[in-house]
Design a protein around this ligand. Structure first.
Ligand SMILES: [Zn+2]
Length: 242
């Protein structure tokens, strides 16, 4: 049966509109599905894999056991008063953080920052040796050491973007460090200066590194605020693995 003339006319008029709405809905769905990853600075979601773009995002460079440092990066360093050094681009933020901590009566001490590959090798071998002395096999000693000292090429200290900060009154690198007023202040305030507590206690299975309430990593203020407020680690933030 032929439809009445007025219905046919109405269908002809509404068909393009319905098509447009369907296309808009499909586009919106597509964009929403892609948004969470693609808005991260320096990260591009290409569908199945997430590509971290080092360009324009030097401060988000991921270094861990599965993402070793590539090549021999040339880092412009600024030397600190105690002989330590840090990437020059990070120096102003670090200086401000240290100055502000001291201004409220705290006494933070930078005990380690930039390390050469030789220095990292020495630290790693010392840790392996300590396990060998306890009677572990070479394989076991190497595996255990890697849980505490990053193997050469896999430490972000070699990037010049990480600092170990302790309280002057308590300089041991152990869990008690988090009880010091210095760490409490740093954990609370580091994001405002672009730093994150890199190896939180509840993220060891993701980072592959034990709890280090003294190791701060520069990632820039935007990423630091998001990471610290969301309670994620850098691997999770970048959608990567350790
Ligand atoms: Zn460290």
């Amino acid at each position: 049966m032929k439809a009445p003339a007025h219905i046919s006319r109405k269908r002809r008029r509404t068909a393009p509109l319905v098509l447009c709405l369907l296309l808009l809905a499909a586009l919106a769905g597509f964009l929403c599905g892609r948004t969470p990853r693609s808005i991260l600075p320096g990260v591009v979601n290409t569908g199945n894999e997430t590509v971290i773009q080092p360009k324009d995002a030097w401060q988000l460079t991921l270094v861990n056991a599965k993402n070793p440092i590539e090549g021999n990066p040339q880092i412009e360093l600024t030397e600190l008063r105690n002989g330590q050094a840090i990437d020059s681009r990070v120096y102003p933020a670090l200086q401000r953080m240290m100055d502000d901590a001291r201004a409220v009566g705290l006494r933070p001490l930078i005990c380690s920052s930039y390390r050469t590959n030789e220095k990292q090798t020495e630290l790693f071998q010392n840790k392996v040796a300590s396990y060998l002395n306890q009677g572990y096999s070479v394989e076991e000693a190497t595996r255990l050491a890697a849980g505490w000292v990053a193997a050469p090429g896999t430490s972000e200290h070699q990037l010049g973007l990480a600092v170990d900060i302790v309280a002057e009154s308590y300089q041991l690198l152990d869990e008690q460090q988090e009880q010091t007023a210095e760490q409490q202040w740093l954990i609370e305030n580091c994001a405002a200066y672009g730093f994150i507590l890199r190896y939180p206690t509840d993220k060891s299975d993701v980072t592959g590194v034990g709890y280090e309430p003294w190791h701060y990593r520069y990632v820039g203020e935007t990423a630091a605020n998001e990471i610290m407020s969301q309670g994620v680690c850098l691997e999770e933030y970048l959608g990567a693995t350790a």
